[in-house]
Design a protein around this ligand. Structure first.
Ligand SMILES: Cc1cc2nc3c(=O)[nH]c(=O)nc-3n(C[C@H](O)[C@H](O)[C@H](O)COP(=O)(O)OP(=O)(O)OC[C@H]3O[C@@H](n4cnc5c(N)ncnc54)[C@H](O)[C@@H]3O)c2cc1C
Length: 560
């Protein structure tokens, strides 16, 4: 069950899809060219292959456990986390000013994929910490940034995202936790949060919870939610963990997958109130939390790609070794490795195509994020930001749905051995199952895509993407190659399907639209759009993709 990081593929995407050489021309990224990327990816691959991946199965067999308010993680995980922190991996994409390495998201995303391929349960802790860091960077006061960011970025403390309550899952308007203002400007936080990933653990001496709660008198619904920092240990005068705060873990969940990742029920304020500090302005919590959620949603999309890659590698290795049935072409009288059988090839190539397609889409999105934050030109920054935000629900929604399909095919390639636990194929399937649920279910991504990302700007971004796809179609058509024409036709059909359905979404009277949207729009618009959005970047590597111009792909065999 070893893991071999796909450094070559990731480097290909960085060069040809993310356009890392252009990214490295943006202010602040001058040292982040291909050479740096190669060195970082190789080092990341080494840590994952040698240290983190070997713990993946252990985590499934010996999940995190709860005893008397404390959580013990799977043996070996804490030591691996120490190595992760010492290597500076938590700070990879975060500002140098707070101790990070300030590398582009394009490179960071490749590393996040590797950590998650190696061990989804392990990588969830840094994933949530990354989101908490982003929220503090955006909305925290200067003092909050100075106090909390350096230890979080150094991996000395971790972060959580405390949104969900028993009655408030997808619908955060129903959040009931409350925060009462105190004379010194702090707040006392009360309430119950459920399903909190790494809400309690033994990796680090402090945990920084970011908590959604209502201040008394706040408006009903999402407009009355504020965001608070609630540290597990309140900081002393020197900024070190001091008194124990009034937030306790009362239990952890027993789950279908990602068993090593502790999913905690947290009780705030049972003994007088948990000390909390407002982040940004009152009642704008959900807006800030969205920053964190967008970061986390993109990263969960990467988790989908990561687990799919791992399932694919496992299936190929098995298919090369398992001898069963003679080849259909009669070339041997002996039972052959099942990889020669057309249907097994079909499954492996489907797994590979889904995984690499989604990875391509994520690479493009990461580069857009870099442009959105570092481009010197205001208009270019805004354009990149819209494009990135348009892609986030697609990266999250599609890559995670895809991962379940790929992990399921992985089980199928193993035959009966896939259904029993000892091969590990079943673990990927079970682990992948959460990805379409947390950070917003697939339905919530679809609603976000249609509502926030398409209707809100009157379809401007969607039409801009469609126009770029059209330009690609013209290039493909001009080539005259049969492969290019086949791709051009698919792109065109999807683009036209989107463009004809889009006015239906925008022009339907509101009451009808509200009914129409959840049912029809997300599904049809999304299905019609993700392919062009992903495939559109084919244009970037088009000049070097000789197979599109007529030559056959260099190899149709599954990559080793
Ligand atoms: C292992 C795990 C880890 C988690 N980690 C965290 C964490 O760290 N922090 C945190 O705050 N939360 C966390 N969660 C909670 C997770 O984000 C929620 O479970 C998720 O948002 C769905 O909410 P729900 O479970 O209440 O389902 P519900 O909201 O009750 O949804 C049930 C079904 O209804 C559908 N549905 C609901 N609303 C709509 C709608 N408007 N349109 C169409 N369909 C809809 C959903 O798609 C779903 O199919 C975690 C959950 C799990 C299981």
């Amino acid at each position: 069950m070893s893991y071999s990081a796909p450094v070559k593929d990731l480097m290909f995407n960085l060069q040809h899809l993310a356009g890392l050489e252009q990214v490295a021309r943006l202010p602040g990224f001058e040292d982040a060219g291909l050479e740096t990327a190669q060195a970082v990816l190789e080092e990341c691959a080494r840590l994952n292959q040698e240290v983190i991946a070997p713990l993946n199965w252990e985590g499934d067999k010996y999940p995190s456990s709860y005893h008397d308010g404390k959580v013990s993680t799977t043996p070996g995980f804490k030591q691996a986390f120490n190595q992760f922190a010492e290597g500076g991996w938590q700070g990879l994409q975060h500002p140098v000013q707070f101790g990070g390495q300030g590398l582009p998201k394009s490179i960071g995303a490749a590393c996040v994929e590797m950590f998650n391929s190696a061990n989804l349960s392990f990588a969830l802790c840094p994933l949530l910490t990354d989101g908490a860091i982003e929220a503090l960077l955006t909305a925290g006061t200067e003092e909050q940034k100075q106090l909390y960011l350096p230890p979080m970025i150094a991996g000395e403390w971790t972060g959580t995202m405390c949104l969900t309550e028993p009655q408030a899952g997808s619908d955060l308007a129903l959040v009931r936790s409350r925060a009462e203002p105190q004379a010194d400007g702090s707040y006392k936080v009360f309430g119950t949060k459920i399903f909190i990933t790494y809400g309690e653990h033994d990796y680090t001496p402090n945990i920084v919870h970011l908590v959604l709660a209502r201040i008394p008198g706040a408006p009903e619904g999402v407009k009355g939610i504020s965001l608070f920092i609630v540290p597990k240990f309140v900081l002393d005068a020197e900024g070190k963990p001091g008194a124990r705060n009034d937030v306790r873990c009362v239990s952890i969940e027993h789950k279908l997958g990602i068993k090593a990742s502790p999913t905690a029920v947290l009780q705030f304020g049972d003994h007088g109130g948990a000390e909390g500090y407002l982040v940004g302005q009152a009642n704008r919590g959900l807006e800030y939390m969205f920053i964190m959620m967008n970061a986390a949603r993109f990263a969960v999309g990467l988790q989908g790609i990561a687990v799919a890659e791992r399932a694919y590698q496992k299936a190929v290795a098995f298919a090369r070794e398992r001898l069963q049935s003679r080849p259909v072409d009669g070339s041997s009288a002996q039972a052959a490795p099942i990889i020669v059988h057309p249907d097994v090839k079909r499954m492996l190539l489907t797994m590979r195509a889904y995984t690499e397609g989604c990875r391509a889409m994520a690479s493009v999105a990461a580069a857009a994020y870099d442009g959105a934050h570092h481009h010197p030109d205001d208009a270019a920054r805004a354009q990149n930001a819209s494009f990135y935000e348009f892609l986030v629900p697609l990266v999250k929604g599609y890559s995670t749905e895809m991962s379940i399909e790929v992990a399921s095919l992985g089980v199928q390639v193993h035959g009966g051995m896939g259904f029993v636990e000892e091969t590990g194929a079943a673990q990927y399937y079970r682990d992948a199952r959460i990805l379409t649920i947390y950070e917003g279910t697939t339905a919530i991504q679809a609603n976000d895509f249609v509502g926030r990302k398409t209707l809100r700007d009157g379809g401007r971004t969607a039409r801009a993407v469609a126009a770029q796809i059209e330009a690609t179609e013209a290039e493909l058509q001009a080539s005259g190659s049969a492969h290019a024409l086949a791709l051009e036709q698919q792109l065109q059909a999807a683009r036209l399907a989107f463009l004809t359905r889009w006015p239906l979404c925008s022009n339907t009277p509101r009451p009808t639209r509200t009914r129409f949207l959840p049912a029809a729009c997300p599904i049809c618009c999304w299905a019609a759009t993700w392919w062009p959005a992903g495939s559109w970047r084919v244009r970037c590597w088009w000049p070097s993709a000789s197979w599109l111009r007529g030559a056959r792909p260099s190899s149709c065999a599954p990559r080793s």
